[in-house]
Every structure is written in structure tokens, then in C-alpha cells.
Design a protein around this ligand. Structure first.
Ligand code: SF4
Length: 273
């Protein structure tokens, strides 16, 4: 059985950067907390905890403590709350997510209503929405596109969305907006990964997509793969693989999400071999 690995597999730039920042800062400081998960992968989160960084669920007194901001960013109000509580901020927000914040804030200032196409409950989307003064419109489902008239609106996109789906949503919303500006803020690492995932499922009998079930970009890769090859499977590690999936398969394509560590991917490859 041939195993064909996606070239773009492994940590994306933003995740790698966030992990590096976390590990580096923890070496000289044992008083670092992270609010929620730094990236959406259990294995990575545990590794970071092992380096001495504590995971917290809410902001208490931050005197003498540092707060590590996750790769997906946080709302402005949370940032201010942390500073007020006395935390020193270590910001690991991906620069590409920061760019989305910048665009959304600038366009809001210019009088545009901000529309975010992305998963409503995802940290990144909450972070984008939380930069704004007025309530943004969040669309995560083509069947739930608001159809009320808007004079001026600006669309930004969660960095890990699928452009084809986003385009369909925009087509649906377009007739209702007099002046529409669109910024394709899907990041380059996501685009490259998705492009590759559009080829591999057609060239292989079976597809295995590796990543945490909480990872938005892995979900997207799986959806793309499944739409092209019904024998596509989403696993968190080698333990999820069922041998029956591989029956009569001559080739298996393997791809992984942006926050999937190499160790996990290598474990899958070894198992498949
Ligand atoms: S997926 Fe893109 S935006 Fe998100 S952390 Fe990675 S590089 Fe940054």
C-alpha cells in the first residue's frame, strides 16, 4: 500500500510561532498562565502545560503573573481586563489573525458594517468580533444568511475557511448590500493546505486527515476530502484508525491540520505502514 503524505502537513507558521513563544517565555518565568488552549490540539496543550504554563479558565488576580495570548487571538475587552487585573501580556496571536483585526477595525471606522464569515463559536471569530465597537454579523451557514438590506458592509473571513464556500455565501448576500467590500483573509498556509487536499483524495483510494476534533482547519480539510473521496477519515491519532477502512486500498493519502504535531502524524504513518 502506497502512502502519500501532503507536503503542507505539520504546524503552520502561526502555530509554530505561538508554541515557540510559549516555550521560550516559560524557561525563565514560572508564573505564566494561558487562558483556554493556546492552539486546538490536546497534545500540544499538554506539552505546554508540562513546560510549567498553567491553563486557567478565568482571569483572577494577575499580580506577578504573565498571560499568554493564544494563536487565535482574544477580544479587546479580555485584553483590557487582563491588563487591569495586573497580568503582563505575552502575545502569541498569529500576525495573520492580527491583520484581520486591523482590517475589520479600519473598515468599521470608515462606516462599514462588519460581516465575519466563520464559525460562530470559534476563538478566532470571537476575537475578531471582539475588536469592534458595533456588533458584527457572523455567518457560518449558507442557509442562515441574513437577508436584510445593508447600505455599506465589509466582509472578512476566518483564516481557516474554505474559499469556495465563502464565495457561495457572498453571492447570496451580495444583492442585499448596496456597497460591499470583501477582504479574503483566509491565510496562505490554509490555502496551500486546502489546495493540496483537493488533489490527494482524487489520487488515492483512502484519505486519512489527522487533527484534533476541535480544530477548525482540520474540519475544513476533512470536509473537502470527504466531498471528493467518500473513503476519507478524520482521526486524532493512530488509535482511531480502523483496519477495515484500508481494505483493498492500494494507496492512502495523509494530510494533517495546522496544529497537529509531527509526532502524531508520524505515529499514523508508522501504523499505516
Ligand atoms: S492557520 Fe493561518 S492564521 Fe491560523 S495560526 Fe496558522 S498561519 Fe495563523
Amino acid at each position: 500500500m502506497k502512502i502519500n503524505m501532503a507536503k503542507s502537513s505539520g504546524f503552520c507558521f502561526g502555530v509554530k510561532r505561538a508554541i515557540d513563544i510559549a516555550i521560550k517565555s516559560s524557561s525563565g518565568n514560572k508564573n505564566i498562565c494561558m487562558l483556554g488552549d493556546i492552539v486546538h490540539n490536546e497534545f500540544v496543550v499538554n506539552k505546554i502545560k508540562e513546560s510549567g504554563i498553567k491553563k486557567i479558565c478565568s482571569l483572577k488576580s494577575g499580580k506577578g503573573k504573565s498571560l499568554l495570548i493564544r494563536a487565535h487571538g482574544i477580544p479587546r475587552s479580555l485584553f483590557e481586563k487582563a491588563l487591569k487585573a495586573g497580568y503582563r501580556i505575552i502575545d502569541a496571536t498569529c500576525p495573520m489573525v492580527k491583520e484581520i483585526h486591523k482590517i475589520a477595525k479600519k473598515m468599521e471606522k470608515s462606516g462599514y458594517r462588519i460581516i465575519v464569515i466563520g464559525d460562530k463559536n470559534h476563538d478566532e471569530v470571537r476575537g475578531i468580533v471582539g475588536q469592534l465597537k458595533k456588533r458584527a454579523i457572523v455567518i457560518d451557514n449558507i442557509n442562515k444568511v441574513p437577508l436584510k438590506k445593508i447600505k455599506k458592509a465589509c466582509i472578512v473571513v476566518q483564516s481557516t475557511q474554505n474559499l469556495e464556500y465563502v464565495t457561495k455565501i457572498i453571492e447570496k448576500i451580495k444583492p442585499h448590500i448596496q456597497e460591499l467590500k470583501f477582504f479574503n483573509t483566509i491565510c496562505k498556509p490554509t490555502t496551500i493546505r486546502q489546495e493540496e487536499t483537493k488533489k490527494l483524495p482524487l489520487e488515492n483510494d483512502v484519505m486519512v486527515i489527522i487533527g484534533s476534533k476541535g480544530s477548525a482547519n482540520t474540519k475544513r480539510l476533512y470536509e473537502i476530502s470527504k466531498s471528493l473521496n467518500p473513503r476519507s477519515y478524520w482521526v486524532e491519532s493512530k488509535n482511531d484508525i480502523k483496519k477495515a477502512w484500508l481494505r483493498n486500498a492500494k494507496s492512502v493519502g495523509v494530510s494533517s491540520g495546522a496544529s497537529t504535531p509531527d509526532e502524531i502524524t508520524q505515529g499514523v504513518i508508522k501504523f499505516l505502514r
